[in-house]
Design a protein around this ligand. Structure first.
Ligand code: FRU
Length: 471
């Protein structure tokens, strides 16, 4: 099989120019620009040499590639500038990240800072705290946020592993961003099953509700949950001035597709925006992702998503600015029971809206993927073709109630599906060895009077570096 014949390009998702990308890092709106940093191995396709790649945008649609912001070139981060966050303070961007160091095969981690006045050149500040006692070297991914209780105070959450190999979450506080005091660890008063390690925590407030987003490793696979290698989800919680957290509900996954991990959010006005890494594959699958050979890049980020809290659950909606990707007014058609439509391109947004909720849907994009729902079974499933075995593989979740709307963003080998206003999301890579006719076909309940289908071609974004004049 000639891998060059795979669909290899993408039009509007953030991918590396060359190399391997993983977690989104340091998301921030600073002055008038959006900054997206990301874990990047600029030299190859394995999880090594992690640096912070960097992109800048004025609208989260058009992006300009920047030079690498942080290289693993200091004693405290020589084996990887791992994940972290960004905060604005006194007109500067402060970055917080984990320096990974492997000496004689033993991992060490240092929580580090960096600062920039222009949002382009970053000066490393080195380690900013001692390693906590009682924890293995797996302590990482600092996420800092302004205190909701006191001006000029910040909290930091960190993912951690206890010496008896249990996942934990640590909370620190600072009044100058440089000195940090340990306040609290989640396991001290919760015995919730969090696996053996918790990565990329993020504590946010939506409306008046705190939400703890995290990526635990080692949760047991269930029929309708935790089907991927690692998982990302959230707890609705309370957060108190002494740094303590009270989890109020069980952990819920954010996305039920094959590729979604390590989400991070940032605040833009009164909105919480989320980006995630569309990766977290099994090793063999990752090694064989077709874009490695065909075009020299591996993995991508999701589109930006707005978080909302409805009926005690997080909803993710594609950011409204993404309508700027649309070319033309879009085709709008109405169907009764079933139909098909040949897509002109695989760089498309598709909206299916049912006049009355449907209790059944089968939607297929040729050999690339299918989505299937039966209200009676209460199950929603997403099926794609494996690029390793060429067999079908499936992700399923329980789903109550009928289906009102399905919104799909396709970008060649990437699909993100938002159901019922983002109540359920599936994000996955899609490749078909046999190619695709791009024929979209669907069939829905006879009880539903009609379905409207709207299809927009989406533009190709130029991600290349342009001269930005920083003063
Ligand atoms: C999550 C993660 C983080 C770590 C980074 C290293 O995917 O493992 O915990 O900081 O990736 O690239």
């Amino acid at each position: 099989m000639d891998r060059k014949s795979w669909q290899d390009k993408v039009g509007y998702h953030i991918t590396p120019d060359y190399g391997l990308m993983n977690d989104p890092n340091g998301l921030i709106k600073f002055k008038d620009d959006y900054h997206v940093f990301y874990q990047l191995n600029p030299n190859g396709f394995v999880h090594k040499n992690k640096s912070w790649g960097h992109m800048v945008s004025t609208n989260m649609v058009d992006w300009e590639q920047q030079p690498i912001a942080l290289h693993p070139d200091s004693w405290f981060d020589k084996d990887g500038v791992y994940s972290g966050c960004a905060i604005e303070h006194e007109e500067k961007i402060y970055l917080f990240y984990t320096g990974n160091v492997i000496d004689d095969g033993v991992n060490k981690s240092y929580q580090c800072g960096a600062v920039s006045e222009d949002g382009q050149r970053f000066e490393k500040l080195g380690p900013i705290m001692e390693h906590p006692v009682g924890y293995t070297r797996h302590v990482r991914d600092p996420k800092v946020f302004k205190s909701p209780f006191q001006a000029d105070e910040w909290y930091m959450v960190l993912g951690a592993q206890t010496n008896d190999l249990k996942a934990d979450l640590l909370v620190y506080k600072s009044s100058n961003l440089l000195e940090w005091e340990f306040l609290y660890n989640l396991r001290s008063d919760h015995d919730t099953e969090l696996g053996y390690m918790l990565e990329c925590p993020d504590l946010i407030k939506i409306d008046d509700q705190y939400v703890l987003i995290a990526s635990p490793q080692g949760l047991k696979k269930e029929d309708y949950r935790f089907q991927n290698r690692y998982h990302s989800g959230y707890f609705i919680c309370d957060f108190f001035e002494d740094g303590s957290i009270k989890l109020l509900q069980p952990f819920k996954e954010l996305d039920h597709g094959f590729e979604f991990y390590a989400p991070q959010t940032f605040r833009d006005g009164n909105q919480n925006i989320l980006y995630a890494w569309m990766g977290v594959m099994e090793d063999e699958q990752e090694r064989l992702v077709p874009t490695i050979e065909s075009s020299g890049w591996l993995h991508n980020l999701t589109i930006p998503r707005i978080l909302e809290l409805k009926e005690g659950e997080l909803r993710q909606q594609p950011a409204a600015v993404l309508s700027q990707l649309r070319e033309g007014k879009g085709n709008k058609m109405t169907f009764d029971k079933a139909g098909h439509f040949p897509l002109q391109s695989l760089q498309t947004e598709i909206i299916l809206a049912f006049e009355k909720e449907t209790d059944q849907l089968n939607l297929t994009l040729d050999r690339l993927f299918s989505l299937s729902f039966q209200l009676e079974e209460g199950v929603l499933s997403f099926t794609r073709q494996s690029w390793v075995t060429d067999e079908k593989e499936q992700r399923k979740r329980l789903f109550d109630g009928g289906m009102k709307e399905v919104r799909i963003f396709i970008d060649h080998s990437i699909v993100e599906i938002f159901i019922n206003g983002g109540a359920c999301v599936f994000s996955s890579r899609i490749f078909s060895r046999a190619g695709s006719t791009n024929e979209l076909s669907f069939e829905f309940s006879k009880k539903t009077s009609s379905m409207s289908l709207q299809v927009f071609d989406l533009k190709t974004v130029d991600f290349s570096a342009k001269a930005i004049n920083y003063v």
